[in-house]
Design a protein around this ligand. Structure first.
Ligand SMILES: Cc1cc2nc3c(=O)[nH]c(=O)nc-3n(C[C@H](O)[C@H](O)[C@H](O)COP(=O)(O)OP(=O)(O)OC[C@H]3O[C@@H](n4cnc5c(N)ncnc54)[C@H](O)[C@@H]3O)c2cc1C
Length: 675
């Protein structure tokens, strides 16, 4: 049968190559291409999508892959020559390139090498250089040990302690009971030789709060744990089978004084606690250490939605079900419900990818400034607060959107979407914990709403243009924005980016005002900020943070489109941006009516019509749009999402493959024994 994928490919109104370049800078694509070339050239990385194996095999395989990737890819030979900012950007891109193919390997590398070396850079000093060199030489492997059995989000309650013993100039680490066992720590279960441990620092009987320590865990030669440590694997998980997540407990375990990461605070030769309190620089350092992982997640998650959408759109253009009244069997992409299921996620993918790229660029720039001693930190300080707030809500929105998209896409690909060879099951399971680690989404959203409320109540300095990445300048005009009402009558009035941004500005202002009013009333009633914050989350602060994240992502997409000079490209991007915006706004209709933005059915009608007509308009562009962002087939690794559209040949090959030593046409073992 002729491939209808090719027919849809021909319908695109723009140049796919140019679109690809518009969305992602050439230099970024070049770095990822090198990663992919290496993976394709070495059989150790050839993931067979039919391979089940047990999780121990997956862990062993990932460990071997990491060793080879570090030593032979040639991708890390020059990283020490790069400036901090360029190196961070480079490593984020290598991680992204790996992640889209193999989440286990990228996480193992990120935790085991990249984040550890970044932490040494941010929190450590010259005296930690040997750890830095060993990790990049592949002699050691690290992990990040923060979470404990009884506490995760509430890091203040962590109980593992590191008490300074001046007589030996050592820290003595202890786990006071099983509740304080560090757990879920990636790489710790079987392979880490070192941990970056967050523990309560105690000096002369005084607790100074959480500090970072480099703690040797296992002998790098034998992988045998040291005395005083109980360490092991936490067992089977729902996904990420290649990562050995572990737990650890300490009993009077000693490490040298020099192992405290001492860029911000130290215990000196005399056994006294010292802080180097330039609060602005401390904030910069916290941004680097806390945010790098979340920026990584933003990029990883944006690649997961991309992968899901590429597979589903190509499949939808191929897969035919039911004949129309002319007897023509229709590709499922022609069905309205199918367009409504996929096109908004395609639009979301473009908006989110653009945001992740732009955010990473600005984040790296800001971190670079915070490390430059000649820079006045006041401006950087402003950016840091905004970047943190924006990262908290965008990490939440992007990971949740991707989680929903993968599930929708799995269903949109029917039964075949459930086959391991489709790649969607692993994608879903491996992506899932991103909504939890590096900060649980719901908890993170509170940080964004707190920041927005702080701005709203700012009386002395209401110049909000100092947060360029957050685009909150409009908050200076809350009252006039809230005067606006919906005046549209038909879908043409809403299918444009100006309407979308105006409507979002109204919604953010309304939610901000509402949340603030509720918070003030609760504070007056209870005189307790903890209770007040808790009781204004649902329907108020949480929505505020998510709507704000949508607004910023859309605004960055708009800026991208405004700067695009190719009319064919910008016209399609404009439709994508409008669709993503209207689709989000449609889900907030009850809030828009509740706030009185419109009091006739016109708004609901216009938004519904607008979404449907944009889905229809994007349909013929969809295959071109996914081709422009898709990685090569080897990396996409999906039987149903290949560029050439050979869905059925690929699936039949997958069905007939020898799996775990069994040929599918053979009798099963249990039956053979009876014969
Ligand atoms: C696959 C995976 C890998 C991980 N890797 C690591 C690692 O390498 N190192 C490490 O240290 N940790 C790791 N973790 C742990 C992870 O960081 C924590 O799970 C995460 O920080 C959330 O903490 P928690 O599990 O204790 O959840 P909790 O804090 O107990 O939260 C449980 C639920 O309660 C809600 N909740 C909590 N507090 C509030 C509040 N104030 N208001 C409203 N709701 C609230 C949350 O929204 C959440 O839904 C990993 C976890 C997973 C799943």
């Amino acid at each position: 049968m002729a491939s209808s994928l090719e027919e849809y490919r021909r319908k695109a109104s723009f140049d796919v190559q140019k679109m690809s370049m518009e969305i992602e800078p050439q230099e970024n694509r070049e770095i990822k291409r090198k990663v992919w070339q290496f993976l394709a050239s070495n059989p150790l990385f050839h993931e067979d999508y039919n391979r089940n194996g047990d999780s121990q095999q997956a862990k062993d395989r990932t460990a071997k892959q990491l060793k080879v990737f570090l030593s032979s890819s040639g991708l890390f030979t020059h990283i020490d020559d790069l400036t901090y900012a360029t190196r961070t950007k480079y490593l984020l891109l290598v991680n992204e390139g790996l992640e889209i193919y193999n989440a286990n390997l990228s996480i193992k590398l990120a935790l085991g090498v990249m984040m550890f070396s970044n932490a040494l850079n941010c929190l450590g000093t010259e005296r930690h250089q040997q750890f830095y060199k060993d990790i990049w030489a592949g002699k050691t492997l690290s992990c990040f040990a923060i979470t404990e059995l009884e506490h995760g989000s509430d890091t203040k309650e962590l109980k593992t302690s590191a008490e300074y013993d001046h007589s030996t100039k050592e820290f003595v680490i202890n786990t006071p009971g099983i509740g304080a066992a560090k757990c879920w720590v990636g790489n710790l279960g079987q392979q880490s030789t070192h941990a970056l441990l967050m523990a309560q620092l105690v000096v002369n009987g005084t607790c100074h709060g959480l500090h970072g320590f480099v703690v040797p865990i296992r002998d790098p030669e034998t992988l045998r744990p040291y005395l005083g440590i109980t360490v092991g694997d936490i067992g089977e998980k729902s996904g990420l089978h290649g990562i050995d997540n572990g737990f650890i407990m300490f009993k009077n375990y000693r490490i040298p004084r020099e192992n405290i990461l001492n860029r911000l605070a130290d215990v000196n030769e005399q056994g006294e606690y010292q802080t180097f309190t330039d609060p602005l620089r401390m904030l910069g350092a916290s941004l680097e250490i806390l945010s790098a992982g979340r920026v990584g997640i933003l990029n990883e998650s944006s690649n997961c939605i991309l992968r899901a959408v590429v597979i589903a759109v190509r499949y939808a253009a191929q897969r035919r079900q039911f004949r129309d009244s002319n007897g023509v069997e229709k590709p499922i992409i022609e069905y309205q419900t199918h367009q409504y299921r996929l096109m908004p996620y395609l639009a979301a993918t473009y908006a989110i990818r653009n945001f992740a790229i732009e955010f990473s660029k600005q984040y790296v720039h800001c971190v670079g400034l915070s490390r430059d001693d000649s820079v006045d930190m006041t401006g950087v300080y402003q950016s840091v607060g905004g970047i943190h707030a924006l990262l908290c809500c965008s990490k939440s929105l992007v990971t949740w959107t991707t989680q929903k998209a993968i599930q929708e896409v799995r269903e949109a690909c029917g039964g075949h979407g459930y086959h391991k060879a489709a790649g969607l099951g692993d994608l879903r399971n491996n992506h899932d914990p991103r909504v939890t680690f590096e900060g649980d989404n719901t908890v993170l959203l509170q940080q964004t709403s707190n920041w927005l409320l702080k701005l709203y109540n700012e009386t002395s300095d209401r110049d909000f243009s100092k947060y360029p990445l957050c685009l909150v300048k409009f908050l200076t005009n809350v009252d006039s924005i809230l005067q606006k009402k919906f005046v549209g009558r038909c879908k043409e009035d809403v299918c444009n980016i100006s309407f979308v941004t105006e409507c979002f500005e109204w919604l953010v202002c309304w939610l901000l005002k509402q949340t603030n009013e509720k918070m003030s009333a609760l504070l007056a009633k209870h005189n307790d900020r903890f209770i007040a914050r808790n009781e204004c989350q649902v329907f108020k602060a949480k929505e505020l943070s998510l709507v704000f994240a949508e607004y910023v992502i859309i605004s960055h997409f708009k800026a991208k489109i405004d700067a695009c000079h190719d009319p064919a490209i910008s016209s399609v991007l404009r439709n994508l941006c409008s669709l993503y915006g209207l689709w989000c706004l449609h889900s907030h209709l009850s809030l828009l009516y509740q706030g009185g933005y419109c009091n006739t059915p016109a708004l609901a009608d216009c938004l519904s019509d607008g979404v449907l007509s944009l889905c229809e308009a994007i349909k013929p562009e969809a295959v071109g749009l996914v081709d422009a962002i898709a990685p090569p087939d080897f990396i996409l690794n999906s039987a149903i999402g290949c560029y050439n559209g050979k869905v059925y040949e690929n699936l039949m090959n997958a069905f007939r493959k020898i799996e775990n030593g069994h040929f599918p046409l053979e009798y099963p073992d249990f039956w053979k024994s009876k014969l």
